[in-house]
Design a protein. Structure first.
Length: 163
């Protein structure tokens, strides 16, 4: 149909600024598009990958369909274990918040499970983070507060167990 045009390598810093600005304006679609353009020219651009993952997860709140597989593929391209671990937690946390806001009635237990998974990833990130970086702790505490403030509980397992 259309052949996408390639960015000039020299334009990448400016394009990254634009992508970040669109994210701050709560316009994730243009941010995603810009990051994909950057990655066409520099497939390993870490700033573009991080901005792309964040912009894609911004879409969760807007109830747009964003495949977890695609997000995971981009996270796998991060060049550092801490970032892969930390941003996996962020994506799970954002999915949980979106479920609380937009999910069907009764989805609170699913949101709880997602928050718990995010907290597990944040604990893993904390274990490998530099001493001056407590971002994973801040996010873990944020998830714990969301669970407490919304009185979220794990799924109850109902069942007639045969002995």
């Amino acid at each position: 149909m259309f052949e996408l045009k390639k960015l000039h390598k020299e334009a990448i810093p400016n394009a990254l600024e634009k992508a970040e600005r669109y994210r701050l304006l709560n316009e994730p679609h243009p941010a995603v598009s810009i990051c994909l353009d950057i990655l066409q020219v520099e497939p390993d651009n870490q700033k573009a990958l991080v901005t792309l993952v964040l912009a894609m997860s911004d879409n969760f709140a807007n109830d747009y369909s964003v495949g977890d597989t695609k997000v995971k593929e981009y996270i796998a391209r991060f060049d550092d274990e801490y970032k892969r671990t930390y941003y996996t937690g962020i994506v799970l946390e954002r999915r949980a918040k979106a479920m609380l806001s937009n999910g069907p009635a009764g989805s609170e237990s699913s949101a709880y499970e997602l928050f718990k998974q995010a907290m597990d990833w944040f604990e893993k990130a904390e274990a490998i983070s530099p001493s001056e970086n407590d971002d994973a702790i801040l996010r873990w505490n944020g998830c714990a507060r969301m669970i407490q403030n919304n009185n979220l509980r794990p799924r109850r397992v109902h069942g007639d167990f045969i002995e």
